[in-house]
Every structure is written in structure tokens, then in C-alpha cells.
Write a protein that binds this ligand. Structure first.
Ligand code: IMP
Ligand code: MG
Length: 178
């Protein structure tokens, strides 16, 4: 492991096993239906590509990018769409694929926004859930792991755009961001 990591929270093996389980569950739940996976850039990309390959059936992919103003480790509550979906989702079954639900600000905004586009259904699949920090209530339909209130990196998650490529999820040493 790299020196900026205090502790490995989830190994590559643990993540891959759970992603396969989530893929099987989604495959069952959406049997006979087309699903549009909406990846939230950039944090969800690694999870997104692994998850998509574990789903059998009709899958389409689209991406959206949001920013919540604020510093890199604390989000502010104001959400803005930086890159919208390429296609309309009206009448579609949408699964939003996200890396982590922290305060819930980004997801509550995004889920409401997609629902207002008259999707047939909108569900949320998040690899991580940090419930201790929740400010806005968000229902996570498919959840990988519940984690403690620590700043984590790897498997898509960054600090200052670094560490996204790591195959595991680690707790970042405090001295790196303080
Ligand atoms: P929320 O709007 O507060 O739920 O924040 C969601 C976004 O904050 C995520 O999509 C991540 O990009 C970022 N984030 C929250 N917690 C962490 C973390 O522990 N490590 C890296 N990014 C995080
Ligand atoms: Mg981020």
C-alpha cells in the first residue's frame, strides 16, 4: 500500500466480491427490462465499469457530472450540473451509480432532478455509504458497504484528483489533507 494511506478499509478482493453480488441483484431485479446506468463522474467510474460488466440484460450507459461548491474534503450544499446526460431518460429505468453517499446533498439533488425528467423509475446504487455524516435523507437502493466517518480514497475516490486508480479503498492519513 502507498504511504499516504493509514489503513486499507476494503481490499480489492472484498470490493470485487461485493460488486459481483450487486450485479447479480440488479440482473434479477431488472430481468426483462432495459436499464440505463447513469454514472456520476468522476468518482463512480471505476465502480461503474466493474458493476456494468456484472449485469446481464439490456444495459445502456450515460454519464453526468455535478459539482458541489466547497473545499475538497467538505461539500457545501450547492449542487450544479457540469455535464448533463447525452440522452433523455423519459420512460427509462434509471440506476444512478455513485461512489459514496456522504452528506447526501449531491444525490438528493440528482435523484430529484432525474425524477423530474419523467423516468419510469430511478434507483440509487452506491458503493459506499457514510451515514454518520448525512445531512439530507437519501434512500440507497443498492449499497456496497457502510463505512465509518473517515476520508477514504481509491477505487475511483480521490483527494485533489489523486488516488482514483488504486484497486483498494484506503483511509487517507490526516496529515495529507490538514
Ligand atoms: P455528498 O454530496 O456530501 O454526499 O458528497 C458526495 C461526494 O463527495 C462524493 O461523490 C465524493 O466525490 C465526495 N466524497 C465524500 N466523501 C468522500 C471521501 O471519503 N473520499 C473521497 N470523496 C468523498
Ligand atoms: Mg470527489
Amino acid at each position: 500500500m502507498i504511504q499516504e494511506v493509514k489503513e486499507i478499509l476494503l481490499t480489492e478482493e472484498q470490493i470485487q466480491k461485493r460488486v459481483a453480488e450487486l450485479g447479480r441483484q440488479i440482473t434479477e431485479d431488472y430481468a426483462g427490462k432495459e436499464v440505463v446506468l447513469v454514472g456520476v463522474l468522476k468518482g463512480a467510474i471505476v465502480f461503474f465499469t466493474d458493476l456494468a460488466r456484472q449485469i446481464q440484460g439490456d444495459v445502456k450507459m450515460d454519464f453526468i457530472s455535478c459539482s458541489s461548491y466547497g473545499s475538497s474534503t467538505v461539500s457545501s450544499g450547492v449542487v450544479r450540473i457540469l455535464k448533463d446526460l447525452d440522452r433523455p431518460v423519459e420512460g427509462k429505468h434509471v440506476i444512478v451509480v455513485e461512489d459514496i453517499v456522504d452528506t447526501g446533498t449531491t444525490l438528493s439533488y440528482l435523484l430529484e432532478n432525474l425524477q423530474s425528467r419523467k423516468a419510469a423509475s430511478v434507483r440509487l446504487c452506491s458503493l459506499l455509504n457514510k451515514p454518520d455524516r448525512r445531512k439530507v435523507d437519501v434512500h440507497v437502493d443498492y449499497e456496497g458497504f457502510v463505512i465509518p466517518d473517515e476520508f477514504v480514497i481509491g477505487y475511483g475516490l480521490d483527494f485533489d484528483e489523486k488516488y482514483r486508480h488504486l484497486p483498494y479503498i484506503g483511509i487517507l492519513k490526516e496529515e495529507v489533507y490538514q
